[in-house]
Design a protein around this ligand. Structure first.
Ligand code: DAH
Length: 337
């Protein structure tokens, strides 16, 4: 029996230390109720009373040795499994994170906000008008009656005979005169529409910014001073402003306003097409008849108005040579501003 126990011990220890041993299976095989050690102990009855304690002691020792080996091996395997997991699930916390793609302000919005800031700085407030507008405000209240030739250059999209998509922000002038009492000092940015074919400089939808000032004693000097400040703030402190006589039905006198070229300073370059000057907006003194239609007495009040194209300013400022780029939402283009 002694030899049998010794053999059990040796073979158990061998199997336990073998690679890939199933420890639970081995525990059952050697120490379980039907295990090899138990089988030996069952045979104890045949031993002499002198042998029994000796063999009993030996059997207990063998059990203890096997249990101890199983325990140690279990621990070892746990540690090995953990080490393998740590190696596999390695995480480099110093690795830079993947940045989410974040958009930013569209160049037209950038310019519009710039312009708003400049005029707010001069005491203007912002007024909004509807894009779906009455013919009355878009044309008639601005001295452009039916059949007036000025309508040709501002052909737009009609909803009914009397309702259209506004072709300019100027109708906000007429609406503001009706809604508020002078003194008035407002700007109105927004979308306008014309039935123009799309090309590098035309779009059926674009943006304008309108300005209107009405008070007692407003003169063309105020208009020039205001536009001078605007031009310097938007295009640089050296920028000069030039007025050229022009005609708009709702202002008298009217002017087209140029700025000295901010790229060459006025010497002539590609941007100003050799002129040294760049046309930037239309302006004038509000026509007395327009004041009257707006319920304002032209013998008491006078005012000036101006209107500019936001696309045009964005294209000049950022050297964009094709207007279509502003509407295509190509992130490779938009990411540059
Ligand atoms: N509304 C005009 C246009 O779209 C621009 C304009 C010219 C606006 C003169 C004005 C102005 O307020 O006084 O062509």
């Amino acid at each position: 029996m002694k030899a049998k126990l010794e053999q059990i011990k040796v073979s158990a220890l061998g199997e336990i230390s073998a690679d890939g041993a199933d420890l639970e299976q081995l525990r059952i095989k050697y120490l379980g109720k039907k295990g090899e050690l138990t089988a030996v102990l069952r045979g104890m009855g045949q031993l002499t009373p002198e042998e029994r304690p000796v063999i009993g002691q030996l059997a207990n020792d063998v059990r203890a040795v096997i249990e101890e080996a199983l325990g140690r091996r279990t621990e070892e395997m746990k540690e090995k499994a953990m080490a393998a997991r740590l190696l596999n699930e390695k995480l480099d916390v110093t690795m830079p994170a993947r940045r989410p793609l974040v958009g930013h302000t569209h160049p037209l919005t950038l310019v519009q906000r710039d312009l708003e800031d400049i005029f707010i700085g001069m005491g203007f407030s912002i007024v909004e008008g509807p894009e779906v507008e009455y013919d009355y405000y878009n044309f008639q209240a601005l001295n452009i009656p039916e059949d007036h030739p000025a309508r040709d250059t501002q052909d737009t999209f009609y909803i009914t005979d009397k309702i259209l998509l506004r072709s300019q922000t100027s109708p906000v002038q007429a609406r503001t005169m009706e809604a508020q009492k002078p003194p008035l000092r407002i700007i109105s940015p927004g979308r306008v529409y014309r039935s123009d074919a799309i090309d590098a400089t035309h779009s059926p939808l674009f943006h304008q910014l309108e300005g209107l000032v009405i008070d007692k004693g407003i003169t063309m000097g105020d208009l020039k001073g205001t536009l001078d400040v605007f031009a310097k703030k938007e295009f640089g402190e050296d920028t000069r402003v030039r007025f050229r006589p022009h005609h708009f039905p709702f202002t008298e006198p009217s002017a087209e306003v140029d700025i000295s070229c901010f790229a060459c300073g006025g010497k002539g370059c590609k941007l100003c097409k050799g002129e040294g000057w760049i046309e930037i907006l239309g302006a004038g003194m509000v026509h007395p008849h327009v004041l009257e239609m707006g319920g304002i007495d032209p013998s008491v009040y006078s005012g000036f108005a101006f209107g500019l194209g936001i696309e045009r300013i964005a294209m000049l400022k950022y050297h964009i040579d094709d207007m279509r780029l502003l509407y295509e939402n190509d992130v490779r283009f938009l990411g540059q501003f």
